[in-house]
Design a protein. Structure first.
Length: 128
């Protein structure tokens, strides 16, 4: 029950940026009041696909994603494979950091995403 309440609270907090507001060109996009990377497409894709479980700056249901791509040694092919089919990727992964994160977060299944290469690049640009 406590976990359910915690998840509900997280989802409410993560949703604090639900209203889409046009930002002035010189103002960085905001996520619940914290300035993050300047890629508007990446921000929108992050909010639509990642924000329900991830926050760029702190752990939530899933791990914080700020700097994640450097943990993948900037390997876009592997990162895309994981996002598109995490179950299959994990069967053959030698990514020790990813294995540790799966264990730490209770092996919560990451959903497969149907994102284009450009969409994934925009998300990477936003969280880095």
């Amino acid at each position: 029950m406590k976990r359910f309440i915690g998840i509900c609270i997280f989802l409410l907090l993560a949703a604090c940026d639900i209203p889409v507001v046009e930002h002035h060109k010189t103002e960085p996009p905001l996520l619940c009041g914290n300035a993050i990377g300047g890629n508007d497409d990446g921000r929108a894709l992050f909010m639509a696909n990642c924000a329900s479980c991830h926050n760029p700056l702190k752990d939530a249901t899933g791990p914080a994603l700020r700097g994640t791509f450097s943990n993948w040694n900037h390997d876009t092919t592997a990162f895309r494979e994981y996002l598109r089919n995490p179950g299959k990727y994990m069967q053959h992964s030698r990514n020790q950091r990813l294995t540790e994160l799966h264990k730490r977060f209770g092996y919560i299944a990451h959903p497969p995403f149907r994102l284009s290469d450009a969409d994934i690049n925009d998300i990477i640009s936003y969280i880095e």
